[in-house]
Design a protein around this ligand. Structure first.
Ligand SMILES: [Zn+2]
Length: 309
């Protein structure tokens, strides 16, 4: 009998839910999404989550077992109790997302962690970091997120928020971040912030896709913007590795595809940041996950509970 986890991924623009088996495969027809949005009121967000979960659960085959739910949420989260306070969903502060989902699976366990931790779990389980023990999974997209696995175990920290690489300060930059600090990686290197920087230097496009096309065509400003983002990501990775001695960093997310050499540029910035061999030997690789990564990672909270610690 096939055993499924209900996987839920909550982000700033959408919530997705699907059924995922013990081999990390999404059940065809079980994946459903609803829009969220920064300006959405709490009731709207709750209705979106409830509908996505209901639709995913409706796909559960008769002769199968549902083990429980794994939820990856945009951070910050409030411990590992299931409460969340996503920076980009202002209506939810200490909101009981775990309990909301749990109401639809009476009697079954619900595990919630930061989305960056879920991505890292997915990289170790199914992606580019299989067999590795000291791993950071990263997303460079609308925001910049990450999570840490050290010594083969997830590092969550006292409030569940360890791994917020997007809010590590990068030397040489003072861009104002939505978190209130200056010089955060996310404020420098995210897709929207990189496009905004390019526009202040004469780029007339408005999207990451347009920036990618301009960079590919040799536009100097677009190219400089891509390098600026990759350099900041590399410096943040070097600092993280100096602190916790990483073997491998796997980078995914839409903006990491802005140029063919983005990952290479990040790696060069890591190598150029320090003479410490233990830092410069940290391998920077492209994510081994498909677009299913966040859901696979949420499912890992159920199927690979051995890694959570
Ligand atoms: Zn910040």
């Amino acid at each position: 009998m096939t055993e499924y986890a209900l996987a839920v991924d909550l982000g700033g623009t959408k919530v997705e839910a699907a059924l995922v088996d013990a081999a990390g495969a999404l059940l065809a027809g079980s994946r459903h999404r609803r829009p969220t949005g920064a300006a959405s009121p709490s009731e709207h967000l709750a209705a979106a989550v409830t509908a996505a979960v209901r639709d995913a659960l409706a796909a559960l085959p008769n002769a199968s077992t549902l083990l429980g739910a794994g939820i990856g949420s945009a951070g910050p989260i409030a411990g590992t109790s299931g409460d969340v306070s996503p920076l980009n969903l202002s209506a939810w502060r200490n909101y009981p997302l775990g309990a909301l989902v749990g109401n639809q699976l009476p009697g079954l366990p619900v595990t919630l962690r930061m989305d960056g931790i879920c991505i890292s779990l997915a990289e170790v389980w199914m992606g580019a970091a299989q067999g590795e023990s000291n791993v950071m999974g990263m997303i460079v997209s609308t925001g910049v997120g990450g999570g840490l696995i050290l010594g083969g175990r997830v590092i969550a920290g006292s409030t569940g928020n360890a791994g917020h690489i997007g809010h590590v300060a990068v030397a040489g930059f003072d861009d104002l971040c939505a978190c209130g600090a200056r010089g955060c990686l996310e404020a420098i290197a995210s897709g929207p912030r990189t496009v905004a920087w390019a526009r202040t230097h004469g780029f007339i496009g408005e999207t990451g896709e347009q920036l990618a096309a301009a960079a590919a065509a040799g536009d100097a400003v677009a190219r400089a913007a891509v390098k600026r983002s990759a350099t900041a990501v590399g410096r943040a990775i070097a600092s993280a590795s100096a602190l916790v001695d990483l073997d491998i960093v796997a980078i995914g997310g839409g903006f990491s595809h802005v140029s063919d050499d983005y990952i290479e540029l990040v790696g060069a910035a890591v190598a150029g940041h320090s003479d410490f061999g233990f830092v410069t030997t940290t391998r920077v690789v492209e994510s081994g996950l498909s677009g299913d990564g966040p859901l696979v990672g949420a499912a890992a909270l159920v199927h690979r509970a051995d890694l959570i610690g």
